[in-house]
Design a protein around this ligand. Structure first.
Ligand SMILES: O=C(O)CCC(=O)C(=O)O
Ligand SMILES: [Fe+2]
Length: 333
């Protein structure tokens, strides 16, 4: 069966998000690896979301990032607004409550965030000459006086998550019947944005047009999302237009595909609509890492994903132009 045929019969009426065990991700055993790739292919073509367990990221890195996220969001508004994202190229830095709007039908996302991209831990070692083009723009950080250790701790988690993301690209390539290193020359510069997110509890009269993050798709190839344990907020839309809960599962991270993969695959991989609503009555934190192909790379569909019955769906643009257009639409609403 061609990729188009397999994609056509994928069941998009899912009722839950599958869990995939990454234990065999580095296995030299061809059978074990094929089993893993088959599971990834199935999840990508039907749900566009899956949990991963045995992902290899140390809990202490997650705990570190979370505790510094909490410290950051409890800084004074004045300190946070010094690094407001609208003052920087490409919206790095702090986004206040309701400043972004992922669903144009809504009145703003009830979350505050802090976004940053690639940066080495030790600045003097930076050899990753960027070719970020339209997406160029340095990270901004709160002052060390305000919050000592913030940059190093969140970058530690960022780097571990980028490493996990890099190890997943070969799985996606194999799932698309491409050579394992298909994405290697397209992901040299780690076009990966991380966002610390804080959702205050929503109490009192609830306006249905204000939720944590409105219905949207992500923009990059895939997202690696850590969500706070114990709080149901994330929901995923299936083909029947039912919202399926994706609760946090201890020891896992959520992987969801974004628009860049939909474009690489002419929609054979699903960039599935999702949203988050925090009506738990308590604060919620989450940390997505959005991992795309390099900003100067064109999002051209893999030929086997296009056929006369499944014609080309998207115009070809660079990854950077696409992400920048979506950022502008989200924050200039
Ligand atoms: O907070 C969450 O669980 C989801 C966040 C999300 O979908 C996003 O930032 O794109
Ligand atoms: Fe998202």
């Amino acid at each position: 069966m061609s990729l188009v045929d397999v994609g056509n019969v994928a069941d998009t009426f899912f009722q839950q998000v599958p869990i995939i065990d990454l234990f065999n991700i580095e296995s030299k055993d061809a059978t074990l690896r094929k089993e893993l790739v088959d599971k990834v292919r199935h999840a990508c073509m039907s749900v566009g979301f899956f949990y991963v367990k045995n992902h290899g990221i140390p809990e202490e890195y997650i705990d570190g990032a979370l505790s510094f996220a909490k410290k950051f969001f409890s800084l004074s508004t004045e300190s946070k607004m010094m690094i407001e994202n609208k003052k920087t190229p490409n919206f790095k830095g702090y986004s206040p409550l309701l400043s972004g709007n992922n669903n144009p039908e809504n009145a703003g996302d009830l979350q505050e965030g802090f976004e940053f991209g690639w940066e080495v831990l030790n600045k003097s070692e930076d050899s990753n000459a960027t070719e970020d083009g339209v997406m160029a723009g340095a990270n901004v950080w709160p002052s060390e006086e305000d919050i000592p250790g913030f940059r190093d701790n969140v970058l530690k988690y960022y780097h571990a998550t980028v490493k996990l993301g890099k190890s997943m690209f070969p799985l996606f390539a194999l799932a698309l019947n491409q050579r394992e290193n298909f994405f290697e020359d397209k992901t040299r510069h780690s076009a990966a944005l991380m966002k610390l997110l804080h959702y205050p509890p929503q109490s009192g009269t609830v306006d249905d047009r204000v939720i944590g993050i409105g219905a949207h798709t992500d923009w990059e190839c895939f997202t690696i999302l850590w969500q706070q344990p114990g709080i149901q907020a994330l929901q995923v839309l299936n083909a029947e237009k039912n919202w399926i809960n994706a609760p946090p599962i201890p020891g896992t991270l959520v992987i969801n595909l974004g628009d860049q993969f939909a474009r690489w695959t002419n929609d054979i991989f699903k960039s599935t609509v999702h949203r988050a609503i925090n009506r738990s009555g308590v604060e919620r934190y989450s940390i997505p890492l959005f991992f795309g192909t390099d900003y100067n790379v064109k999002l051209e569909p893999i030929p086997s994903c296009v056929s006369p019955e499944h014609p080309l769906k998207y115009e070809v643009v660079t990854a950077g132009d696409y992400v920048q257009a979506r950022l502008k639409a989200t924050f200039n609403h």
